[in-house]
Design a protein around this ligand. Structure first.
Ligand code: PLP
Length: 402
């Protein structure tokens, strides 16, 4: 077993963090695609179940490949402990439900991933958990909502798809005064561009399906935080309810982590360049990118993030018709609701990811019918600019009022 020096820098931890070698001394992390484990004797099995010895038991809750990934992710996040799950939603579900009970109260930022919104608005109230949404950018709204006791605060920053930024230290301070743990969905920032635990968050959740795989292959999720909470609250929940990740998917994610820093850096640099490029084009009415000078919360973004990330949102003139014409004219960028991939992906949130929340909630979140969300991949940015240019050139000419 080799635990790397935690003082190693992120690029090193991404390659070596959590590595455990078997007796065969393999270079690449081994894939233990096994559901169970055997014991030398009945006594060893008994001792394992009594927790007297450390021995793998069953891959629903313990597997060496998954353990390597958990340690690597914890190292890069600066968290004491990590539990992997089958999907990002399983991580959000476990991260919230494991510690909540009837009568508790949850305050969440309104700009949440669709399924996270459903858990807060629809699932939790069924179990007698009171929930309230606030505008995540409005500290007064947080202060009012957290003037009463609460158990959990859930937020996403930057948010999907409008890239709103939430003041993590300020919200964490208000949450802690109200007795709440702060859960941050850090998918858009990745562990490389933002480390919410350093800004007062208690729990970080990921959809590893996005940048951590980053090559469109597998689903996965993670919950990270203090050892006592992850090991004593989240682990029993996952062990006994079973939203467990396949060792195969964990192995793919381990390999994804090795290139995460290179991919995030390249995609973020391209995204920043494309944001500036798009802002200068006729036919684009607005661009949102966290660190750009015209982002309303750029100072906050720059204080909390070490880069703007790989996501750019922009509004095409002409509403839904303009957005659809633009998407259909793309040749290199493909239409897909996924994100964080090596391939550039574009989606129309109003008719896909954010269709179910309805027009009123979309209006409240600023998701107009012309908004397109672009997940910037690893293609040469000049080729991406050329594709966006030819798509814009093929947009129908309209009156300015359209
Ligand atoms: C994709 C995503 C999720 C859900 O993750 P899955 O792996 O698809 O279950 C949650 N939050 C955010 C911000 C996401 O982008």
């Amino acid at each position: 077993m080799s635990t790397p020096d935690p003082a190693y820098r992120p690029a090193t931890l991404l390659v070596h963090g959590g590595t455990m070698r078997s007796q065969w001394q393999e270079t690449c992390e081994a894939l233990f695609l096994t559901s169970g484990f055997v014991y030398d004797s009945a006594e060893q099995a008994e001792a394992t179940f009594k927790n007297e010895i450390a021995h793998y038991q069953y891959s629903r809750f313990s597997n060496p490949t998954v353990a390597m990934l958990e340690q690597r992710l914890a190292a890069i996040e600066g968290a004491e402990s990590c539990q992997m799950t089958a999907t990002g939603m399983a991580a959000v579900h476990a991260g919230l439900l494991a510690g909540l009970k009837t009568g508790d109260r949850v305050v969440a930022a309104r700009a949440l991933f669709g399924s996270c919104h459903w858990i807060v608005s629809t699932l939790l109230p069924r179990y007698g958990i009171e929930t309230e949404f606030v505008d995540g950018r409005d500290l007064g709204a947080w202060r009012a909502a957290l003037s009463r006791p609460a158990q959990v605060v859930l937020l996403e920053s930057p948010s999907n798809p409008m890239l709103e930024i939430i003041d993590l230290p300020a919200v964490a301070a208000l949450a802690h005064e109200a007795g709440a743990q702060v859960v941050v969905d850090n998918v858009f920032a990745t562990p490389l561009l933002q480390r919410p635990l350093e800004f007062g968050a208690d729990i970080v959740v990921y959809s590893c399906t996005k940048h951590i795989d980053g090559q469109g292959r597998v689903l996965g999720g993670a919950v990270l935080g203090r050892r006592a909470w992850i090991d004593d609250v989240v682990f029993p929940f996952i062990r006994n309810t079973g939203p467990s990740i396949s060792p195969f998917n964990a192995w793919v994610l381990l390999k994804g982590m090795e290139t995460l820093a290179l991919r995030v850096e390249a995609a973020s640099a391209s995204a920043a360049r494309l944001a500036d490029f798009l802002a200068a084009q006729a036919g684009i009415t607005r661009v949102w990118y966290p660190t750009r000078a015209d982002h309303p919360q750029r100072d906050l973004a720059r204080a909390q993030m070490s880069g703007g990330g790989s996501m750019v949102s922009f509004e095409v003139a002409g509403g839904k018709a303009g957005a659809f014409a633009f998407l259909n004219a793309l040749r290199l960028v493909v239409i897909s609701n996924n994100l964080g991939d090596s391939k550039s992906l574009a989606t129309h949130p109003a008719t896909t990811t954010h269709m179910k929340i309805g027009p009123e909630e979309r209006a409240r979140l600023g998701i107009s019918d012309g908004v397109i969300r672009l997940s910037v991949g690893l293609e040469d940015p000049a080729d991406l600019e050329a594709d966006l240019t030819q798509a814009l050139a093929r947009l129908p000419r309209r009156s300015a009022a359209a």
